[in-house]
Design a protein around this ligand. Structure first.
Ligand code: SIN
Ligand code: CO
Length: 388
């Protein structure tokens, strides 16, 4: 993707300009990021998804049994008939995993790494509906899908920002408004992490949130060190063959810290293990139970493709690839595989979720490593056969 082409999605900015001036820095309002936008899902379909066991959904009622009542799905069909006329919101997480037309929207965000994207959350709000003034720790693009929503943005927040007392929702006690816009279908608002925002539905409205993910420093350190420790033998320990006589045996001297720093640096700086861990971590599926494979022999795979079968990425799978020396690493739903460099274009099409079939796989079907890889991805559940 050419980063210097003006994009309608970014209001005519190029990806390079957007990343330089706005990404993680300041909000950007784009009128008509999508011209004549028609929501691929309607409020009834969204409510239907919220009945499903495997879908994460919530309802926020501003004046419920208590202020800002939070109810968690799955919901019963008659739940919606009992809701008031106004001031409530239904939020459904990861709709892109269940509705292919919603997943297609993500194609417009290919100027950002796909492993940074979390999901497309869709909310339906009755007039006045809102989840309150709050901040998120992630970047988000808020695309208006249907109806109108008023967005106010405010101050930069952090974990010290005062919140109202609430068991489940993080609602800001103070909101210092700096800007305000009303968004119509096709308009989009980009918000950097930790910027206070407050969206209130003007009429019945659908809002799409393309949310991003960034592991916290605490997650990086705990998960990476857990991963690393599997490779460290018990005999590798703090060692001090260079020890000097202690002047006070109760004092921890700074040379001990230097030895510890050397030990940490040696392992934390292992780029290959860091890459392997990071790729596995960032491709862990949100719903692992949706990534279940099937038994398949390589010959069965070849026969099916010959009969015209089509392989597609499981919408719940996450895929990424990287280079190590002359080889490639493929990360698929939390697992990694080291592969030879000649498979690069195959990995690119697998990761970009192209449909794979006998024709576009042709040359690869002669390649033993490629066939094994595709077969393993089906066995693991990252790829699956499209319904006939
Ligand atoms: C919403 O769609 O109601 C909330 C989205 C957000 O503020 O993060
Ligand atoms: Co938010």
């Amino acid at each position: 993707m050419n980063p210097d082409i003006p994009l309608q999605l970014l209001g005519g900015l190029t990806a390079r300009e957007f990343l330089r001036d706005y990404w993680q820095k300041k909000p950007l309002l784009v009128r008509q990021a999508f011209t004549d936008f028609e929501s691929p899902i309607d409020p009834d379909e969204l409510a239907g998804l919220a009945l499903e066991e495997e879908v994460e959904s919530r309802i926020v009622l501003e004046h419920g049994e208590r202020p800002w009542e939070l109810r968690r799905g799955p919901f019963e069909e008659d739940t919606f008939a009992t809701l008031p006329e106004r001031d409530w919101t239904l939020l459904v997480q990861a709709v892109d995993q269940f509705v292919p037309e919603v997943a297609e929207l993500l194609e417009h965000f290919r100027f950002l790494p796909s492993w940074r994207i979390d999901d497309v959350m869709i909310s339906f709000a009755a007039p006045g509906g809102s989840v309150g003034p709050h901040f998120d720790n992630y970047d988000v693009f808020l695309l208006q899908g249907h109806g109108k929503r008023n967005w106010k943005v405010g101050q930069r927040c952090d974990s010290e920002s005062p919140l109202i007392e609430h068991a489940d929702l993080r609602i800001l006690a103070d909101f210092e408004q700096s800007d305000e816009w009303t968004l119509a279908p096709g308009d989009m608002l980009y918000l950097p992490p930790r910027l206070a925002h407050y969206g209130v539905a003007v009429d019945d409205c659908l809002t799409y949130s393309v949310g991003f993910r960034a592991p916290s420093a605490a997650e990086v350190l705990t998960h990476f060190t857990d991963f690393l420790s599997q490779f460290l033998p018990d005999e590798e320990r703090y060692s001090d063959a260079d020890a000097q006589p202690a002047s006070d045996p109760h004092q921890i001297q700074h040379d001990a810290l230097d030895r510890l720093k050397t030990l940490l640096a040696e392992h934390m700086g292992d780029e290959r293990l860091l890459l392997t861990w990071f790729g596995q971590f960032m491709t862990e599926p949100r719903y692992p139970e949706q990534v279940t494979g099937e038994t398949l022999a390589e010959q069965e795979l070849l026969d099916s493709l010959e009969r015209g079968a089509i392989l597609v990425r499981n919408p719940s799978a996450r895929l990424a690839w990287s280079e190590v020396d002359d080889n490639l690493l493929l990360f698929a739903s939390g697992q990694s595989r080291l592969l030879s460099g000649h498979l690069r274009s195959l990995l690119q099409s697998i990761c970009s979720a192209d449909a794979l079939h006998g024709e576009n796989l042709a040359e690869w079907l002669e390649d033993e490593e490629a066939v094994t890889l595709v077969c393993q991805l089906v066995q693991q559940g990252s790829l699956g056969f499209a319904d006939e």
